[in-house]
Design a protein around this ligand. Structure first.
Ligand code: SF4
Ligand code: SF4
Length: 366
């Protein structure tokens, strides 16, 4: 497995990282087998979180004899000094280690949360104190909104950033990745295999937010079976300026597929470069700043699905996803509240109308 330098931490980490979210859903002996197999196949970066059920405990158990050969990153979702200190102590105990390599601020998705987190009473102070006491080597930040994470890393306080990135979730490529490169902040990609973002939680068509599914259009874009699809998605991420793509793994066969993709990666082929080339135009970045809508329309979700349709050609899938939304965009009363808040000056009302006409099954079947 190739390794890359994780920005200014100078840690050399495997280009495929182990995402610890899903192991909390499987039994302990199986989870330990999965984690150990990842290590044996060359994965040395393990990402977990205080919020991820018993993931830390399982990782701690599985890696206790090889701790010195692994990079362990965990996260605290607490927002105050006291709570986050309790979190870190609990994490160290469960991970069976005296220190973690990286403690990350978990889910910093809006400006208010960021401001609080980096204030004199915020969680960042706990992390710095922990760093002085050698309980963590580095401090990172995670979230779903690249523009918030860009602001965060510009403060100079963070060594790493963890952000969603995949072939059809490209917002991070615009500003965050170049800024991180300039500042030598290590970038880790998450949600490598899923279109899910924090703004899509109202969609009832959740299972198919996975990019590795039987949707014919996704197969055309990514490959004819799940193995090919996973390889395509991981390879796309590896072609970007990131250190590692973190993938949630819950079986030994998933570990094998992901690690093979990492071990064989030598850059994208010409065919892949062509396949992944899209012109995004003036699209919705899913930043959520236009929310809330008084009619409860999930504006970013609607426009996100419209992008799947109009940019990536995922037409039927986009329609199914739109159908899964409880509230459609024809509910818009043109109140004028959302549009002035869009930093990308998108004509939201017009786009919502167009999206409804295009994506609503009853409209398109007329
Ligand atoms: S203009 Fe329409 S979409 Fe925008 S906030 Fe008002 S009702 Fe919601
Ligand atoms: S419409 Fe504009 S403000 Fe709303 S989520 Fe998209 S980019 Fe952000």
């Amino acid at each position: 497995m190739n390794k890359r330098r994780l920005g200014r931490t100078n840690l050399q980490i495997s280009i495929i990282g182990f995402g610890g979210t899903w192991i909390s859903e499987i039994d302990t002996p199986t989870a330990i087998g999965v984690i150990k197999s990842a290590f044996e196949l060359g994965i040395n970066y393990f990402d977990t979180a205080r919020w991820d059920g018993d993931s830390e405990e399982k990782i701690g158990h599985a890696l206790k004899d090889t701790r010195d050969q692994c990079i362990i990153a965990t996260k605290t979702g607490s927002r105050t000094k006291k709570e986050s200190l309790d979190d870190l102590q609990k994490s160290l105990q469960l991970l069976q280690t005296n220190n973690v390599d990286i403690i990350q601020l978990h889910g910093i998705d809006d400006e208010k949360t960021l401001t609080k987190a980096i204030s004199t009473n915020g969680v960042l102070q706990t992390c710095k104190e922990a760093q002085r006491k050698k309980l963590t080597k580095f401090i990172g930040i995670t979230g779903h909104k690249p523009q918030i994470l860009t602001k965060a890393i510009k403060t100079g306080e963070f060594d790493t950033v963890l952000v969603p990135l995949n072939a059809i979730t490209r917002q991070a490529e615009e500003e965050l990745l170049p800024t991180a490169k300039d500042l030598d902040v290590g970038v880790l990609a998450m949600k490598s295999l899923s279109a899910k973002t924090s703004n899509l939680i109202t969609c009832t068509y959740q299972p198919s937010l996975s990019l590795v599914s039987d949707e014919p259009e996704l197969k055309n874009l990514l490959g004819q079976n799940s193995n090919e699809m996973v390889h395509s998605l991981l390879r796309y991420n590896l072609s970007k300026d990131i250190a590692s793509t973190i993938t949630g793994l819950r079986s030994i066969s998933e570990v094998k597929t992901a690690s093979t993709a990492g071990a064989s990666y030598q850059g994208l082929t010409t065919t892949e470069q062509k396949r992944f080339k899209f012109t995004l135009g003036n699209y919705c970045r899913d930043c959520g700043l236009c929310m809330p809508c008084p009619e409860k329309i999930n504006i970013p979700a609607v426009l996100h699905f419209y992008t799947f349709y109009s940019v990536y050609g995922l037409k039927n899938w986009a329609k199914k996803l739109y159908t899964g939304l409880d509230i459609k965009s024809d509910r818009c009363i043109k109140c004028g509240m959302c549009q002035p808040k869009c930093p990308y000056t998108l004509p939201i009302e017009h786009m919502l109308q167009k999206a409804h006409k295009t994506l609503n099954l009853s409209e398109t079947s007329k």
